[in-house]
Structure formats: C-alpha cells, structure tokens
Design a protein around this ligand. Structure first.
Ligand SMILES: [Ca+2]
Ligand SMILES: [Ca+2]
Length: 472
C-alpha cells in the first residue's frame, strides 16, 4: 500500500514538474466610450518565476480581440498598468514592446517563486471591422513564459576536434583550418570562410551544413544583444489555442494532426465541435513544420531564433568545454528530464522545478540561463548562417497578423518546408524509446550542426519549435 502511494506521488510530481504552467484567467474587455479603444483586464500567474543577478524570466503577453462571431484580430497595446487592487502588492516590471504588439511582464526586484499579477491594458480597436458603439466584443489574452538572455560576449563552437566533423564553428587561419574558437563581441558583420580570423566550418554536404559563404550581415541577430527565448518548447496546448484563433481556411494549412500516425507519435491535438484542444497541453508540439513554426511566431508577435542565438542561450558566457551540452557538462548521464513511457516530457525524480539552480541544472537539462530542453525533446529549428535566405534574416518581429492561408508575412524570414532553405536543426531530437542514444538522438552537444543548414523536411515526430524576441 505504501509503495503504491509512493508511486502515485511520484507520478504526480513527474506530471507537474517542468512544464509551462502560466495561466491567464478572467480575461474581460470593456469599451472606452467614444473612443476606438477598450480596457482588457486579466490575471496572469505562473510558478517558479525569478529575477537574480544574472537574468530573469518573464511572461510575453499579447491580446486578440474580435467582434462577437467575427475574426480574431491582434490588438495593439496602447497602455499597460496594474488593476487597482493589485497595486498594493509588489509591482512587476511591465515593458510594452516599441511596436505595441505585446508586453514583457517580470518581477521588478530579486525573487524566486510563484507570481500573480492583475493587468489592465488599453488596446486599440481600429482594426476591428464594422465596429459600432454597441458591437459586442470578445478577447483572449495569451501568455508565453520566456527567459531573458542578457547582452554580452560569448563563445561559439567546441574545443574538441571531434566536433569539426559535425560542422561546428571555428576561427579560421589563412588556409581555412581551425585556429581556436570565435568569440562574438558585438552585432557587427562576421566574415566567413578561409580567411585569417573568419568564422568557418567544415562541410561534407552543403545542403546539410551550409555553403560557407558570408558575410553574416550586421542585421543578422548574433546573440550578443539581449533577447528573450521561450523557456520551454512550443507546447501542444498553445498550438491548439493558436489554431482556435485562425480563420477556417487557415486552419486547413496549419493543423498538424492530419496524418494517420499523429496519435502514435505523441500527438494529442484534436478537433471537436469546431474547437481544437490538446489532451496533454504541456507536451512539446511535434510534427510542426517550418511554415507552421513561423506562422506561430508571427501570430504571437515573436520571431525565429538564429543558430548563433541558440549557442548563446545554451552556453551563456561560460568558457567552452569539449562535447559540451547546454547544462554545462560533456555527458548526458545525469539528465533526469526525459521522455517518460507515457510520452510526456518530465523529470524521472521527485525534484520540482522550484529546485532548479546552477547546481541542479544538469538534472533538469537546463541551459546556463535556465532555458529548458535546448538539447533533446524536439529539434530546435533555427535560422542558419549557411544559406543566403538565412543570412538575409534581420530579426524582424511578428505583428500578430497572418495571411488568409495562415502564413507568416515577415519578408526577411526564411520560407518553405521543402525548398527554399535558410533554416536548420539544432540540439538533437527524441524519436522513440527503443532507439539507441547518439549525438543527435535525443541530445546534441551545443555546437554540433550536422543539420544546421538543412532547410528542408516538413512535419516529423521529432521536429518542434521555440520562438524568441529581441529585448525592448
Ligand atoms: Ca529541444
Ligand atoms: Ca504578420
């Protein structure tokens, strides 16, 4: 009996630990008379928030509004404050993005633990069609847990020569051979190829590892400047909510649960009575294509991450070690955050995410900045330096608005699921329980980019997504 109880407790722990728990509740909208604006109020709460000397986490908040029965529109946030009742508590930092697409909500002073804040946002309604004084309005307020990656220099690549055959970045000598590692000290343009001090990498197949061309322009986000990365991979629950705000025609392009094998491959999104939902809402969304991924990013007011930002978010400012994983060691032996037999990603221990620290991050598979699952779970799709369409990326942000087919509209973003290119895959991916571990299944070392420029392959059981945003 006692053993059974312990098993139940363990199961409960592993179900609750290490997943996004951010909740937006009591969202309501009230018109401001005689103006094209409205107040949108809501309560935002999540566990394990923090602000410390190194960085902080935050919620990225954005708002959709519609006239009852109409199409959902992204609402610009004109002003943001706390509801009066909440002003008695410790106030948060509220930073509306310069483009008014959303806001970052974070603890204003050092803390660790659960937070709850009640927001009062003033939003612009001028994009709602046929708005009359008595039009009934509906609103949805979304929140995504993010981690701040501070501005600062960092090292690319891997000092272990074995990484070279996986196309890891290195500093070139005049002949094109390795001469140490590259340090990124600014957002200035980077020379690429066989030139003294340039960024270089070895290539077996250019379609997988890249064209070794350059330069990487100044506008390409390199991870030196501060940005926010999603704390967890895009979840099935959030993807279902995304689908629920799309027009009917757009859902035909973006719904990822059409294939016969979807439910055998960890998928839990369903369509019932016109509404999408995910049975396992916190499970990472797999079978996401590049076009699905960037549509989500545009819809959420975010953008894709570059492969240089991936290495910054993983390693931080610590010196590079050989065969290094995002948790700062060269092995996978101590990672306890793994895919469970029931296909949920959870801790195989009684630890709770409240215990995540610089000491325990090995167990949680957390990066230097406490971003989870950069290695393992699903592959991270990142904008590549190894293709012209990747190097054209300027880091523009989504504006919340998609085409009628549910496609992203940012012109500097790489496009195409099977042709086009400009993106690739980092961090490794989990396929199934019986597969033997390799350097790509389920975990890849930070610098390994065997598929870093592979701008192909549509939906797969091991491909997912994580969006970012440049810090305001
Ligand atoms: Ca991952
Ligand atoms: Ca857009």
């Amino acid at each position: 009996m006692r053993r059974a109880l312990a098993a139940v407790l363990l199961l409960l722990c592993s179900r609750t630990a290490g997943a996004t728990d951010l909740a937006v509740t009591d969202a309501a909208i009230a018109r401001v008379p005689n103006t094209p604006t409205a107040h949108v109020t809501s309560n935002v709460a999540w566990q394990n928030a923090w602000r410390n000397e190194r960085n902080h986490d935050a919620a990225w908040i954005f708002v959709k509004v519609r006239a009852a029965g109409g199409s959902w529109r992204h609402a610009s946030i004109i002003r943001a404050s706390l509801q009066p009742v909440a002003r008695l508590l410790q106030p948060p930092s509220i930073a509306v993005s310069p483009d008014l697409v959303g806001l970052f909500l974070s603890a204003a002073s050092p803390m660790r633990g659960p937070v709850t804040w009640s927001l009062d946002l003033t939003v612009d309604l001028s994009l709602i069609r046929d708005l009359s004084a008595d039009t009934a309005l509906e609103t949805r307020v979304f929140g995504v847990e993010m981690v701040q990656i501070p501005e600062g220099a960092f090292t690319l690549g891997d000092p272990d020569p074995a990484a070279l055959k996986f196309a890891a970045f290195y500093r070139s000598n005049a002949a094109g051979s390795p001469d140490g590692l590259i340090e990124i000290r600014s957002e200035e343009a980077i020379e690429v190829g066989a030139a003294m001090g340039a960024l270089n990498y070895q290539v077996e197949q250019p379609e997988y590892q890249g064209d070794r061309q350059g330069p990487i322009p100044a506008a390409f986000p390199k991870g030196f400047r501060a940005f926010y990365a999603m704390k967890y991979e895009l979840s099935q629950g959030l993807y279902a909510e995304f689908l629920n705000t799309l027009g009917e025609e757009a859902t035909g392009f973006r719904a990822i649960h059409g294939g016969r094998e979807y439910y055998r491959h960890r998928g839990t999104i369903r369509l019932e009575e016109g509404r999408y939902s995910a049975t396992q809402a916190t499970r990472p969304a797999n079978r996401v294509s590049w076009e699905d991924a960037i549509a989500f990013a545009d819809w959420a007011g975010l953008r894709p991450m570059t492969e240089l930002e991936f290495e910054k978010a993983a390693r931080g400012t610590s010196p590079a070690i050989g065969h290094e994983f995002p948790w700062g060691t060269s092995t996978i032996d101590r990672v306890r955050r793994v895919m469970q037999p029931n296909d949920d990603l959870a801790l195989s221990s009684s630890a709770d995410e409240a215990q995540l620290s610089d000491v325990t991050r090995v167990e949680f598979g957390a990066s230097y900045y406490w971003v989870l699952d950069l290695a393992g779970s699903v592959w991270e799709r990142t904008v590549s330096v190894g293709h012209p369409a990747g190097r054209r990326f300027e880091g523009s942000h989504g504006d919340g608005r998609l085409t009628g087919y549910g496609s992203a509209t940012n012109e500097d973003w790489p496009r195409g699921d099977e042709t086009g290119g400009g993106y690739g895959y980092r961090g490794g991916g989990y396929y199934e329980q019986r597969m033997q571990a390799t350097d790509f299944n389920p975990y890849s070392p930070i610098a390994y980019r065997r598929f870093g420029a592979w701008g192909q392959a549509p939906r797969s059981l091991a491909y997912g997504f994580r969006a970012v945003r440049t810090a305001p």
